[in-house]
Design a protein around this ligand. Sequence first.
Ligand code: NAD
Length: 290
Amino acid sequence: MKIGFIGLGNMGGPMAANLAAAGHEVTGFDPIAPYPEGVTPVKSGRDAARGQEIVITMLPDGPILRAVAAEIVPVMAAGAVLLDCSTVDVESARAVAAEAEAAGLLPLDAPVSGGTGGAKGGTLTFMVGGPEAGFARARPLFEIMGQKAVHCGPAGNGQAAKICNNMILGATMIATCEAFALADKLGLDRQAMFDVVSTSSGYSWTMNAYCPAPGVGPESPADNGYQPGFAAELMLKDLRLAQQAAEAVDADTPMGQAARDLYDRFVESEDGRGRDFSAMLPRFEARGRG
Ligand code: NAD
């Protein structure tokens, strides 16, 4: 396929490289990031998008996505797929989809989970909103860049699925970390705590697969000085998006709100920036109730 790829950063770079390595003709644009092997560089988003069958965007946020879409939608070929893999607010995803649809394009919002490791290894999970016909066209590319793609419904539903998942993840990580810190103070050995919880009703992905306690459970960022992994500031971004969406539709999300507030403090006024989101454990460990 002829593919345009806009936004070749930590995630987009390896995703574009995997598409090129699989034999697709990939033309890319990024104002800063280096061009991966196999990707033909051009000088603007517009040049990357013109005449392609599929244009993929992997950008930092909603305002940038809206700006890029305004630039590229008018030059895209009729019937082409606009596949946005960025994590953005639901409102921006739906606004861009409406604009693209009005121009005769097939828009998909398809945020990912799996992080930079998943992007490099081609093992991402895609959560996809948009028309069935677009999903079917993009499926072969999802299979190269990822291991799973779930069609979640109409435009914006991919973003909705992503922020709901990550709201659960953030709140669960906090619960796991505060329980470890409490267990420490009650004199409970961390390995015993893991052995019980990971096989009892408190189990979760954060405990069983990504344990925040160093030396316990499978290898995780905790075993590597809390180097990310999934950085606390990226978790904060997703928790903010979840609260923005909850406000927009008047949903009561007290745990999500508490998680957003805690990660906000951790990243903005404590030492969380640049650390893995599981570094909440040493944060709790060092504190009392006050
Ligand atoms: P990044 O900052 O490394 O990459 C974004 C790229 O977009 C940058 O290289 C930047 O130069 C480029 N860009 C900005 N404005 C542009 C424009 N107008 N035209 C073309 N390119 C432009 O970020 P990332 O880690 O690759 O994340 C990208 C998206 O994926 C974000 O929405 C993020 O939330 C999401 N995401 C990231 C991870 C992760 O672990 N890094 C995991 C899941 C989802």
